[in-house]
Ligand binder design. Structure first.
Ligand code: NAD
Length: 464
């Protein structure tokens, strides 16, 4: 399977997916290794992950190079790698509490006492997308390993170069070797993996999520699906326009808009619409493409060629139906073999345009005026997606009352930070954003643990 460089458009790397038989052999061995891993106890597992962290630190530059080559961007890559270190530390601390010795407790039946325990799922499958190749391949992997599961990860075939480096780091930690594997491959390998694991954690498109849900149903296993978004922001009449325009621009174009949490619809009160628009356009026009090299600007290439076609199609549809271009370009620019979109601002948009209803995953900002807050809420909630959103208002009480009406799992209030990066809060999936429990917050680890209770007849039984 040949891989393209997003900056040059040239094939420059090749991956070799395992056959179904090889994958089965690998996962069988992992199941055996997991028995000892689960028995080894939480302190042993924490030590193994801490040892891994030290090795990753040694390979940090190689990891960054591999990720930069596949994604064509630098700053986000450095953040992704730093996430690994903080995530291992954070989960090491959190997971300890799940494995404290439980006390035996009385039950309502006088002679029965109970002991409650956790048992990890044996083999967790993680399938991840290309937009944050490292971050999203590890977000569930680290807590799952600490829970006592073995984990097999299949990152996206579009940005797979880091797998080789990461697998080298795993090879240097003997205690992890049998219970953590990164495998190369695309759709077929993903499909096989779904048949071989006890639980699937997936981040990716809604259409693939639906297929995985179907497969999980056939195999009778739990799934955790984190899918697409069409995140909206409401800017009220009282909002601080300087703050709102800077934050919304950042929330829309960071990583060239290739984040599931990116802001993709902007609803502004009609009384401040023109003022807001002129500041947004002025700020957008200051941003530069990160071309010819990664450090030269803010907006990197679109990583997936498939996505380029989707964005071009949405723009073409919008212009055909009357959208007006206020900044950016009418379609993708091809530079040096890579594909780029400048921050592109559209007005005169309507909800019968794909740009307002379908996920874009690019730095495109459609702006629409609203008359009253009921109308704005109706616009926001008309979407089939329910990942995240944002609201800007000069009054926090007003902002919070609007935020409460937005049908999505995370709402940023007076900022547009990418919600999924915050690990303290917990997010449920709204609408077709996904299925399953939260991927952030302490309770994430419970996904990988089955609850087991022992019902003990303690009456007149000797303990030795
Ligand atoms: P995708 O669905 O095409 O692929 C994701 C992964 O699934 C890849 O590893 C792919 O090889 C694998 N896959 C494809 N078909 C499969 C099948 N039938 N069975 C099993 N595995 C299969 O998504 P993508 O284009 O890589 O990523 C972009 C999408 O991901 C966007 O919609 C974006 O919003 C979404 N995303 C969501 C989150 C989130 O946390 N909600 C995060 C990042 C990206």
């Amino acid at each position: 399977m040949k891989i393209k460089n997003p900056r040059t458009g040239q094939f420059y790397y090749e991956i070799f997916p395992p056959s179904a038989k090889e994958l089965k052999g690998k996962t069988d061995l992992m199941r055996e290794a997991q028995i000892l891993w689960a028995k080894s106890g939480i302190n042993f597992r924490i030590q193994a992950l801490q040892a891994w962290k030290v090795v990753i630190e040694e390979f940090k530059d190689d990891l960054i190079d591999a990720l930069c080559m596949d994604t064509g961007r630098k700053l986000e890559t450095i953040l992704e790698v730093d996430f690994v270190f903080s995530s291992i530390d954070r989960w090491s601390n959190i997971s300890r509490h799940f494995f404290l010795k439980t006390e035996r407790k009385p039950s309502f039946i006088p002679f029965l006492e109970i002991e409650q325990e956790y048992e990890p799922y044996s083999l967790v499958g993680v399938i991840s997308p290309w937009n944050f190749p490292l971050f999203l391949s590890l977000i569930d992997t680290i807590p799952a390993l600490l829970a006592g599961s073995a984990v097999v990860v299949k990152p996206s075939e579009i940005a797979p170069r880091f797998i080789e480096v990461l697998q080298k780091t795993i090879n240097q930690v003997p205690d992890l070797l049998g219970v953590l594997n990164f495998i190369e491959g695309g759709e077929e390998t993903g499909e096989e993996l779904c048949k071989l694991t006890d639980i699937i954690c997936f981040a990716g498109s809604t259409s693939t999520g639906q297929k995985i849900y179907q497969s999980a149903c056939d195999n009778f296993i739990p799934v955790f699906l984190e899918l697409s978004g069409k995140n909206a922001v409401i800017v009220t009449e009282t909002a601080d326009i300087e703050r709102a325009t800077s934050a919304i621009l950042w929330g829309s174009v960071t990583n060239a808009g290739q984040s599931c949490w990116s802001i993709e619809r902007i609803y502004v009160h009609k009384h401040i619409f023109h003022q807001f628009l002129s500041r947004l356009v002025a700020k957008a026009n200051q941003l530069k493409l990160a071309f010819p090299n990664m450090d030269s600007g803010q907006i990197g290439p679109i990583i997936s060629e498939k996505q380029v076609a989707i964005i071009n199609d949405q723009l073409e549809d919008a212009f055909r139906k009357g959208a007006i271009l206020k900044a950016g370009s009418i379609k993708c620019e091809e530079l040096g073999g890579g594909y780029y979109f400048r921050p592109t601002i559209l007005t005169n948009v309507t909800h019968d345009m794909k740009i307002m209803t379908n996920e874009t995953l690019g730095p495109i900002l459609p702006v629409m005026a609203y008359t009253n807050i009921d109308e704005a809420i109706k616009f926001v909630n008309s979407s089939q997606y329910g990942l995240s959103g944002a609201v800007f208002s000069g009054k926090e009480v007003e902002a919070m009352s609007i935020a409460r009406l937005m049908k999505c799992g995370a709402v940023s209030v007076n900022h547009a930070a990418l919600n999924g990066v915050l690990h303290e809060g917990e997010i449920s999936a709204f609408k077709i954003y996904g299925i399953g429990g939260t991927r952030t917050g302490v309770s994430t680890i419970e996904k990988f643990l089955k609850k087991k209770v022992y019902l003990i007849n303690a009456k007149d039984v000797k303990n030795s």
